[in-house]
Each structure stands twice: as structure tokens, then as C-alpha cells.
Write a protein that binds this ligand. Structure first.
Ligand SMILES: Cc1ncc(COP(=O)(O)O)c(C=O)c1O
Length: 436
């Protein structure tokens, strides 16, 4: 069922024959879109998403053919983006009923192409997911108790599930998710499975969001999964090994340099994961290998969207230049842990006086919060009418943006030679929609 409005094509002369690269947008292009948007806006490059997807998938598939990517919806569930990834062959990874409904009812996924993770679900939802035939990864024992109820309610059906496990990894803290992978829990899982005659645990999943995204971390993530699978499945083959998400994507140099040597490439991740996979599951004649499942979010979309806002005024206070924009920390600062954001200032043509070397300014936001200082000490000069382009905004920015004081901004997208509006600006009606 298509419940969403079709996207709107937009004719923007300055975008025609544009090289379509988010890092090279001109003042004229940004201005034309700003006039249409009547506000600040996000701009999403779906061609870049295509490139990211193919690069990521090819790196893994070249080393381990039986692999499948499931895009993590929470990272950015813009339907146009999810539909685009679906068309490329990507599955969906969801963690709530809301995301499951988006995947199956809006984006059009068949449940068999949806992986359901997440720590909190209702009994009704677990039943829906299992009876629909989606892949459910139980994150905790209380969810396994829900699975058990479903199995007893449908004794004539055979179910297959996965289990999320956790274990210590290199360069990572303890995860609060999943079932601790120790001897006691492994044998408890085996007994649990034995007590039901219509449910099979067919694979393990792990994901670590509090660890580094390094090569070393991924080596220990996969080793933990492989050793748990060896213990649990013994000589039998699991159906899958799911290494989760948490991969770096390609990013601007100014951001990469802040992570030092640890920004692994897709090739390096593929080496870290696929070599031990192949060693443990060497393809044997007539026997298939377990499916390697990967759940990237950041790596597929972060570099494919920017947030654009025009400078409204520059004030000078206590020795600081404060450039005000119609956007806030809420638009851009989620999930950042003190990194300097990759920001470009695109000057208004023709009106610049020569800037002093060493000039800096702060970018300040549109809320009434004194602390809504988006970036401090940005190098260069700035003046009203300039555009500020925040790079690397595709992951966790629009989905975490609340309509605080101002509604959420709209999203434009490139798709081949078309510029389309894929999200409207919010307004009083959309903000008050759920209130009685
Ligand atoms: C289970 C799971 N898979 C995948 C992801 C995507 O992570 P990332 O955007 O870091 O790739 C997340 C994000 O938290 C997650 O919780």
C-alpha cells in the first residue's frame, strides 16, 4: 500500500548539467534551492548512495560471495532513500514496529527481506514478524520467551530465528545488548531450542555501537561470532553469520584526519571479516556456505547528504563573530563526539572585502538556547548571504531532528538527472498531528 505522496520533480536551471557532487555546489545552485525550500534544507545525492552500495558490496562479495547487505533503517529512513537501496538489491534492517511497517508497508519489502533486531518489542509484534517470515534476532531472554509463546500458538509451523550475542571485543566497551556469549548461556540456548520442536536457532548476530570502527574491532567482532557458531552449531552449518553495522564510510579528509589511522576502508573491512569466514567455512563440494549478513547504515549514507543554511546576520560579541543560521545543533550534531564538523562556507559572490588571516567565527543556531552554538572557531570570514554547507549529514541527522521551536526542514534529492523533493518542510500541522 502506497500511503506516501509521490515525490515532486523540481526544475532548477542552475542544476542542469551539474556535476552533481555535494562538495562542489555553487552559491547560485544553493540559492535557487533555498528560494524553493523557503528555509534551510537537506540535499541527498542518491547517485552517491548507489556508488557507496556497489563499492561496499563488491569488496565483500569478491572475497565471500554469499553475502547480503541489509540497510539499517534507523540511520536515515527517508522512504526515497530506502526505496533506492531496495532497488539496488539491499535488504532492510529494522529495530522497531515503526521501522518494520516503514519497510514492509511503505518501502514495499517482502518480510523475508527484512531483519528485525532491537531490544524492545511487544508479544504481538514478535508474533507478526515470525508469522510473516521476517528474520527475527532475539536480543534477550524475555524476547525468547515471546518466541516460545508464538511457537506454542502455531504448533503446525516451523520457525527459524537468530540470536544477538555479545562478548568482549578489541577497542570496544561492554555492550548492553544481546545475550552474553558464555558457556552457561550457550547450553541454556541449546536446551531452550530442544524444549521446542518447531523452532530452530539458525545464526548469531552481533553489533557494537560503543566500540571503535577499526579493523581490529571488526576482526574481533567476526571472531566472536565464528567461535560462538562453532560451539553452538558444532559440525552443522549455521544459515547465517550477521556482523552488524558500525563501518566507517568514505568521508571528507578534515573529518578522517580526526580519527587518525583508524579509518578503515571497505577493502580492509572485507579482509577482516571474510578471511576468517572463509577459513572456518571453506566451500565444500555440494555444500553451501553460511550467508554473511552486513548491516551498514553510516557507510552507505553519511557522505551522501548535506545540510544547507544561509547566514542571516553576523554579530560581534565579546571579541567573537557570531554567524546566525536558520538551523541548529539539533540538525547536525547528533552522534558526534566532539569531532570538528566538516563545514564549507560558500561566499556570496562579489561582495567580499579581503579577510584578515586568522579570522574565525562561530556558527550559532535558530533556537532560544544560549548553548546552541553549532561550531566554534570556524576559520575564515563570513557574512550575511553566504551559505553554510554541513557535509556528512546522511546518517542520524534528519531522523534525530526534533521540530523544536522550528519544524523540521525538507529534503531534496538527486536521482540521475532529476532533482526531486522527497520530504516537505514541516509545519504547525505536522508538528501537532499527534496531539489531541
Ligand atoms: C543492530 C544495528 N545494526 C546496524 C546499525 C547501523 O550502524 P552504523 O550506522 O554505525 O553502520 C545499528 C546502529 O546503531 C544497529 O543498532
Amino acid at each position: 500500500m502506497q500511503t506516501y505522496e509521490e515525490y515532486t520533480d523540481i526544475h532548477v536551471p542552475s542544476f542542469e548539467k551539474s556535476p552533481q557532487r555535494l562538495q562542489c555546489l555553487s552559491h547560485a545552485q544553493l540559492k535557487e534551492l533555498a528560494d524553493i525550500a523557503e528555509d534551510a534544507y537537506y540535499l541527498l545525492d542518491l547517485n552517491k548512495v548507489t556508488d557507496n552500495y556497489h563499492k561496499f558490496r563488491n569488496c565483500f562479495a569478491q572475497q565471500y560471495e554469499a553475502c547480503q547487505i541489509a540497510y539499517s533503517f534507523k540511520t536515515n529512513y527517508t522512504p526515497a532513500l530506502c526505496r533506492h537501496l531496495k532497488a539496488l538489491g539491499c535488504f532492510a534492517e529494522v529495530v522497531s514496529k515503526m521501522e518494520y511497517d516503514m519497510a514492509t508497508k511503505v518501502v514495499g519489502y517482502h518480510p523475508s527481506q527484512v531483519i528485525v533486531n532491537g531490544p524492545v518489542h511487544s508479544q504481538q509484534f514478535v508474533e507478526t514478524v515470525m508469522t510473516d517470515g521476517a528474520l527475527f534476532n532475539a536480543d534477550a531472554w524475555y524476547l525468547l520467551a515471546m518466541v516460545e509463546k508464538v511457537c506454542k500458538r502455531y504448533p503446525q509451523r516451523q520457525f527459524r530465528i537468530g540470536v544477538r550475542i555479545t562478548y568482549p571485543i578489541a577497542q570496544g566497551g561492554e555492550s548492553r545488548f544481546g545475550i552474553t556469549c558464555d558457556k552457561a548461556n550457550m547450553s541454556k540456548l541449546a536446551s531452550w531450542q530442544k524444549s521446542l520442536n518447531n523452532c530452530q536457532i539458525v545464526g548469531f548476530h552481533s553489533h557494537f555501537s560503543n566500540s571503535s570502527r577499526s579493523f581490529a574491532s571488526f576482526s574481533s567482532r567476526i571472531n566472536g561470532l565464528l567461535s560462538a557458531s562453532e560451539t553452538f552449531f558444532k559440525a552443522a552449518l549455521p544459515h547465517f553469520i550477521n556482523v552488524g553495522g558500525g563501518f566507517f564510510g568514505e568521508m571528507p579528509d578534515s573529518l578522517a584526519s580526526q580519527y587518525g589511522q583508524s579509518v578503515a576502508t571497505f577493502e580492509q573491512y572485507a579482509d577482516a571479516v571474510c578471511s576468517p569466514m572463509t577459513a572456518q567455512y571453506t566451500p565444500k563440494r555440494g555444500e553451501s556456505q553460511p550467508l554473511l549478513l552486513l548491516e551498514p547504515g553510516t557507510a552507505l549514507v553519511s557522505n551522501a547528504m548535506v545540510f544547507v543554511a544561509q547566514v542571516l546576520e553576523v554579530k560581534h560579541r565579546a571579541g567573537r563573530a557570531l554567524a546566525l543560521i536558520n538551523g541548529s545543533n539539533h540538525n547536525v550534531n547528533h552522534k558526534w563526539q566532539g569531532e570538528t564538523l566538516p563545514v564549507q562556507v560558500i561566499p556570496k559572490p562579489g561582495s567580499r572585502s579581503t579577510s584578515n588571516l586568522g579570522e574565525t567565527f562561530d556558527l550559532v543556531g535558530n533556537t532560544c538556547i544560549e548553548k546552541d552554538v553549532i561550531c566554534q572557531g570556524v576559520k575564515g570570514s563570513v557574512q550575511a548571504g553566504d551559505f553554510v554547507v554541513f557535509q556528512y549529514m546522511g546518517g542520524y541527522s534528519n531522523v534525530l531532528k526534533q521540530p523544536f521551536i522550528h519544524p523540521c526542514q525538507g529534503i531534496f534529492a538527486w536521482q540521475n538527472q532529476r532533482l526531486i523533493k522527497v520530504k516537505k518542510n514541516g509545519d504547525m500541522h505536522s508538528v501537532l498531528y499527534d496531539y489531541q
